[in-house]
Design a protein around this ligand. Structure first.
Ligand SMILES: Nc1ncnc2c1ncn2[C@@H]1O[C@H](COP(=O)(O)OP(=O)(O)OP(=O)(O)O)[C@@H](O)[C@H]1O
Length: 298
């Protein structure tokens, strides 16, 4: 298990996102996008050094829902979350609850209520469960929540197993418990947008189901969730809206239930197929309507 000595990075766990929109003026909003967006992203571009990974993503996250980004390895899913939380620089528009946060620092975004549970969970393995939670309430959080210890009790109420193991070293937890701790640490900042990067990674099917039950429980509290997952079936089952990201662009998006029944998604991500849902030679296309599936503009 990797450890992250950067308290700012450690603090930005957890998250959620919502319906990518790619709409045209006059499009009727779908049920999943009818809520006012908590997060609106326009033409998001980001990468590492000179290598651009995200090639102009448009999406929105309606308040209180679950959106998921699925796609193959290397498509840019983690990069999207890293750009949204401010861990890497990006271009384009990022509006959170009506406020342009494109130039806000990572710490400012965490303070506003954006949190990321990173793919590798990044716990401090030689520290106890409780100390890992306390690190989630690092100094900004302590300013935001003077009674930040009460936050821990709230996390324990949601995850009794963490309370039972409060004095146990994080490095000795099971995979599922580590994921719970990573989510619990993110919740210490009382996020409004919780971003989860591959929460089922490396977990057995039974534990994966437990993690998705936790996600449903979090959603019931009103937090908006942006879920990045390779387990497309489980992700689409819990989400309102889904996005298929391929090589830095959305190849498809739409209501999650429709995506789960789309033959292209079934063949590529839910069945035995591999590769891409995008046509071999995608032609530029107008932006799709909000309701129903759509092929993203080339
Ligand atoms: N720190 C980095 N420096 C340079 N390139 C990176 C870095 N992180 C990711 N990349 C590259 O960016 C591209 C997108 O990676 P990213 O991790 O966002 O994909 P992903 O869709 O999350 O994949 P996976 O499902 O395997 O986690 C890949 O080509 C990857 O090699």
């Amino acid at each position: 298990m990797s450890q992250n000595p950067n308290p700012a990075e450690s603090a930005c766990n957890a998250g959620a996102a919502q319906a990518a929109v790619a709409s045209q003026p006059g499009d009727a909003p779908s049920a999943a996008t009818a809520a006012a967006p908590l997060l609106e992203v326009r033409d998001l571009r980001a990468g590492y050094g000179r290598a651009q990974v995200l090639d102009g993503l448009d999406f929105a996250a309606p308040k209180g829902g679950v959106a998921t980004i699925i796609g193959p390895n290397g498509a840019g899913k983690s990069t999207t979350l890293n750009a949204l939380v401010g861990a890497i620089p990006s271009r384009g528009g990022i509006v959170f609850d009506g406020q342009d946060i494109g130039r806000a620092s990572l710490e400012e975004r965490v303070m506003l209520g954006i949190a990321l549970v990173p793919e590798r969970r990044e716990l401090f393995g030689t520290m106890t469960v409780e100390d890992n939670l306390l690190l989630g309430g690092w100094r900004q959080m302590r300013r935001k929540f003077p009674k930040w210890r009460e936050r821990i009790d709230e996390v324990y109420a949601r995850f009794p197993r963490l309370k039972e193991r409060r004095a146990q070293l994080a490095g000795t937890l099971s995979g599922g418990e580590r994921q719970m701790l990573a989510v619990g640490r993110a919740l210490m900042s009382a996020p409004r947008l919780l971003m989860l990067d591959e929460p089922s990674l490396g977990l057995a099917p039974l534990v994966t189901r437990e993690i998705f039950t936790i996600i449903e429980g979090l959603r019931a509290t009103g937090v908006t969730i942006l879920l990045v997952e390779q387990n497309a079936r489980a992700a689409l089952a819990v989400a309102d809206h889904g996005y298929v990201l391929e090589t830095g662009q959305f190849a498809l998006h739409g209501p999650a239930a429709e995506l789960a029944n789309d033959p292209r998604v079934i063949d590529t991500y839910l069945g035995t197929g591999h590769g891409s849902v995008a046509p071999p030679a995608p032609a530029p296309a107008p932006r799709p309507p909000l309701a129903g599936l759509a092929t993203a503009p080339a």
